[in-house]
Write a protein that binds this ligand. Structure first.
Ligand code: ADP
Length: 512
């Protein structure tokens, strides 16, 4: 095996070479030593400083003696192979300190002999820096690994490349199951647009953050709310992705939602209470007015009766007319008081029903006849009944009559121009159906539900007739207590159609 020689140590002029070599040897900032047959024959100051000894102490000593014991065998093996690769070894100084060094051994020809030129470099600083870097890396890893936040690194296309362990709690999947998936599989579709907007904002500018809030689907199918920031670290070596730091805010969201719902409920309750107070005030005004009108008429007619009776020959015909008027007003008065009593009973759950088998068709015929005979509407309306035969229900006859009376009364009252009022009674599947259709003023679509609430009157109704707004509420409650339904279809200006459905009963059956 041929020994390699360094060019400048030419043997043509050994004295010049030795001089040149010695100058160079001292001037060089790297540690250098010449070793001949295992013994140090020359050493520069830098090397002596690294070894912690004076050059005199070193010359003639075995080079191996200065190595930390654990590196000696390795150094022997290395020197045998004449391998010029840098080796990392450690020096043991006389004061006991161990100094990491990098050594390169080269074979050269010096003074006609084959010697080894060893360069030696103190790498303590590099070791310290590396250790510090390792420690800081470990610290950061520990921070991320034990953080209550989820750290996600993803590619621009959404592929998840890293998830911190906390993700397992949030997602219910293991980190291994999450890595490689596309985040789109886990994000709530309704939140895509907002996320896309945030990412678009940061995508073009390295290091820029954007706040994000979105829902993710857990393995069990439930949704969790995450809140955090997305940072563009696409250009950061070792990361090259979008980094998302997020925390699970589901509990907070639920509390907020609950608080909002409570707030909304409270607000609604307050509005309802205020509306109830307003309605009651309005009701008192209307009710007293409604009660006062018949009373005034009754009073006036009673006085006229008195005056007639004071006459020597009272006019019998006139007396009868006055009495009829008093009766009509008393009926109106009585109806109103009954409505108020019903309202009060309903409010206190005291509307008792005496159910029995009842033919709805026959009852409708009776009520229609009563309306026709009363002549109340001056013959402006044509009341017709279409009933295919008997239609039996188990019901309180008086209350169902009240329902019919109310619907027919309203049909007449709210079609001031007159017209046909059709009453139909028929069966449909398991229901008995009663339908009253008029051609009156109608009810706007947005008011159709409210009219079943007490004291609710449409403005169109108020313009054409007086009323308190209780009848339909009582009607709907009576129907509901019979297990039935009531609905309205209507077009303003064209008429209304009220449909009542009651469970069908058998003839002769009773409620027991
Ligand atoms: P009232 O007739 O005393 O106002 P109701 O409770 O019977 O009270 O009716 C409530 C409201 O429903 C009425 O004020 C009216 O606005 C509306 N309504 C009821 N029936 C009809 C109908 N056939 N056509 C138009 N509006 C009606």
């Amino acid at each position: 095996m041929g020994e390699r020689t360094q060019g400048f140590l030419s043997e043509e002029d050994p004295s010049t070479s030795v001089e040149t070599f010695a100058t160079f040897f001292e001037a060089i900032s790297e540690g250098m030593a010449l070793v001949e047959q295992g013994r140090i024959t020359a050493v520069n100051r830098t090397a002596a400083t690294i070894l912690g000894r004076t050059p005199d102490e070193l010359i003639g000593s075995s080079a191996l003696d200065f190595l930390a014991p654990s590196f000696r065998a390795f150094a022997v093996e290395r020197s045998a192979s004449d391998y010029e690769r840098p080796s990392e070894l450690a020096i043991l100084r006389p004061d006991g300190t161990v100094v990491p060094v990098q050594m390169i051994a080269r074979s050269i020809c010096y003074g006609g002999r084959a010697v080894r030129l060893i360069t030696i470099q103190d790498i303590s600083e590099r070791h310290r820096a590396e250790a510090a870097l390792r420690a800081s890396e470990a610290r950061f890893r520990a921070l991320v690994q034990h953080s209550s936040d989820v750290t996600i690194i993803r590619d621009l296309d959404g592929t998840i490349r890293y998830m911190s362990p906390m993700a397992e709690q949030v997602f219910g999947y293991t980190v291994e199951e999450l890595i490689g998936r596309n985040r789109a599989e886990l994000i709530h579709p309704a939140d895509f647009a907002a996320i896309a907007e945030s990412v678009a904002r940061i995508q073009s500018e390295p290091g820029v953050h954007a706040p994000i809030e979105y829902r993710v689907r857990r393995r069990d199918g439930t949704w969790r709310f995450l809140e955090g920031t997305a940072t563009n670290l696409l250009h950061e070596p070792g990361i090259e992705g979008i980094v998302v730091n997020a925390r699970d805010i589901t509990e907070r969201k639920l509390v907020e939602q609950e608080r909002d719902a409570t707030l909304q409920r409270e607000q609604q309750a307050r509005q309802e209470a205020e509306a109830a107070v307003r309605a009651r005030d309005e009701f008192l005004t209307i009710a007293s007015h409604e009660l006062k009108t018949p009373l005034t008429v009754i009073k006036g007619n009673a006085e006229m009766l008195d005056r007639q009776l004071d006459r020597p020959t009272p006019d019998a015909e006139r007396l009868r007319r006055l009495i009829t008027r008093v009766r009509t007003q008393l009926d109106r008065f009585g109806d109103l008081v009954n409505d108020l009593l019903d309202l009060s009973r309903l409010r206190h759950g005291q509307l008792a029903l005496r159910k029995q088998s009842l033919d709805l068709a026959a009852l409708a015929a009776t009520v229609i006849e009563r309306f026709q005979l009363s002549g109340e509407d001056g013959g402006r309306h044509t009341l017709t009944l279409a009933a295919p035969g008997t239609v039996f229900v188990i019901a309180d006859a008086e209350r169902i009559e009240q329902v019919l009376t109310n619907l027919l009364g309203n049909a007449i009252k709210y079609s001031p121009a007159g017209g046909a009022i059709d009453v139909e009674v028929y069966t449909e599947t398991n229901d008995a159906v009663l339908r009253v259709t008029d051609q009156g003023i109608g009810i706007a679509a947005d008011e159709q539900q409210q009219i079943f609430e007490p004291f609710n009157r449409t403005s169109a109704a108020m313009a054409v007739a007086s009323g308190v707004g209780i009848g339909l509420y009582v009607t709907a409650q009576i129907v509901a207590r019979h297990g039935g339904t009531i609905a309205v279809t209507s077009r303003p200006g064209q008429g209304s159609c009220f449909t009542v459905g009651l469970p069908l009963g058998d003839e002769g059956a009773d409620s027991r």
